[in-house]
Design a protein around this ligand. Structure first.
Ligand SMILES: [Zn+2]
Length: 143
């Protein structure tokens, strides 16, 4: 995995816009992106995971049992990336930082997604149904 030294929170390669039905906003590629390309770092306030467990925000990203990133600031462009059960991006923890890379080629105008993981899925998505619309969806929204 190639290293990324500078922290990028917003990037002109991406644009935030309205996503599919019931999904709010999403993050879209302006131009084509290649598999393996660095996308963004998920940035925010670094808080103890024990504190994060008491907060009711959807934008918490756990690095490990000690530290969590609260990515609720709008300047954290990565927070707009929606969940998919069949995503085109993946998150890697590198030296305590949350780095997102493309795991598929993404065409211009394509929506970026990564798998939020079982814990988030069971807490927030399963009760209402997932709207990723992929064929591999674990629990599609009914209707
Ligand atoms: Zn799904």
């Amino acid at each position: 995995m190639k290293k990324e030294t500078s922290a990028r929170t917003t990037d002109p390669r991406f644009v935030v816009k309205k996503s599919g039905p019931g999904k709010g906003q999403g993050l879209y590629a302006v131009a084509a992106i290649k598999k393996g390309d660095f996308i963004l770092e998920y940035v925010g306030k670094k808080i103890p995971t024990s504190l994060a467990d008491t907060l009711a925000t959807r934008y918490l990203f756990e690095i490990d049992s000690d530290w969590t990133i609260d990515g609720s600031e709008r300047s954290n462009q990565a927070r707009y990336i929606n969940h998919s059960c069949d995503p085109n991006c993946e998150v890697y923890i590198e030296k305590g930082r949350i780095m997102i890379y493309a795991i598929k080629n993404i065409s211009a105008g394509g929506e970026l997604s990564y798998d939020y993981g079982e814990e988030y899925f069971d807490e927030f998505l399963k009760p209402v149904g997932c709207r990723c619309a992929s064929k591999k969806c674990r629990e599609p929204a009914k209707e």
